[in-house]
Design a protein around this ligand. Structure first.
Ligand SMILES: [Zn+2]
Length: 300
């Protein structure tokens, strides 16, 4: 074996060891715990329980909580909301963020427990914190669980994405946005039949690195090629010029029939899907920290 090949094998072994520490089974278990609280719309006691559960799980990881309570303007008035944010401090001055939402859509009269749509992102990010706790730090790594992703009444520019719109503005004002080399948002990533959209509002450089890493790890079949356009929690950051991307599987059950219905239950999810996304994001982070992303255009 050539010396270069030996080095590559060693590097690959190191990468696999780090990536292997993400447990899709544990992420799915966290998702089940959260789903057991019941429907979790913004402002509900069940969402407060979910917030407490996330914070409790974060404690042993050493990810430092950042309080982010705010008052959202919603149809007919205002509503107190709270993003859950934590930070692993790095050394480079740059930052990477992994985000997702933890609220569930308020569907009156339905037992909508949102296992995939709100549950999977919650459980996924908790397990990601555990894996990150065991990795060496270069950049600051932020994890954010958004409140109010779902529209309180009807999806519009002013209803929906409440938590991410709030945080994007806050991070613009405090300079965090300018330090971001990448933000990756995850949504509905637990589906047994995982197919992540090639979402074109997403930053091209971040998307390319995600797709390349997935192909290198042998997960290319889950990263679709057909272009699609989705409005999700990455958009407020994209609009402010940040290098943000979205990983979403928007084909959930026959004709998307599990989406926003009482059929969105944990039996539709698979640990292997969480595993794919976890391994890809950890490897993505290693690449980003090694300088794989092109310098971002300053546009703020
Ligand atoms: Zn939804």
């Amino acid at each position: 074996m050539h010396r270069y090949q030996v080095l590559m094998v060693l590097l690959y072994a190191a990468a696999s060891a780090a990536a292997a520490e993400f447990s899709g089974a544990r992420a799915l278990e966290d998702t089940r715990r959260v789903v057991a609280f019941g429907p979790r719309p913004p402002g509900s006691p069940e969402l407060a329980k979910t917030r407490a559960y996330i914070l409790q799980q974060l404690r042993p990881t050493g990810c430092l909580p950042v309080k982010d309570a705010f008052v959202a303007t919603v149809p007919g008035g205002t509503l107190a909301m709270e993003n859950v944010i934590c930070r692993f401090p790095g050394k480079s001055g740059k930052a990477v963020a992994f985000t997702g939402h933890y609220d569930s859509k308020f569907l009156p009269g339905e037992n909508f427990v949102a296992a995939n749509d709100g549950g999977s992102s919650t459980g996924f990010l908790i397990e990601l914190a555990r894996a990150l706790a065991r990795m060496p730090r270069v950049h600051d790594v932020y994890l954010a669980w958004f409140d109010g992703e779902e529209a309180i009444r009807q999806w519009s520019a002013t209803d929906g994405l409440h938590g991410s719109r709030h945080l994007a503005e806050k991070w613009k004002a405090d300079g965090t946005l300018a330090r971001l080399v990448a933000l990756v948002n995850v949504d509905m990533i637990g589906d047994k039949d995982l197919g992540l959209l090639n979402e074109q509002n997403s930053d091209a450089g971040v998307r390319k690195l995600l797709w390349n890493v997935a192909a290198d790890l042998g997960f290319g079949r889950h990263f679709l090629t057909t272009p699609n356009w989705i409005e999700d929690d990455h958009m407020p950051f994209v609009r402010l010029g940040a290098p943000a991307a979205d990983l979403i599987d928007f084909d959930y059950g026959p004709q998307n029939s599990y989406w926003h219905t009482a059929s969105d239950t944990p039996d539709k999810l698979a640990a292997s899907s969480f595993d794919v996304v976890g391994k890809v994001l950890l490897e993505f982070l290693r690449n980003a920290e090694a300088g794989a992303l092109p310098p971002r255009a300053a546009k703020q």
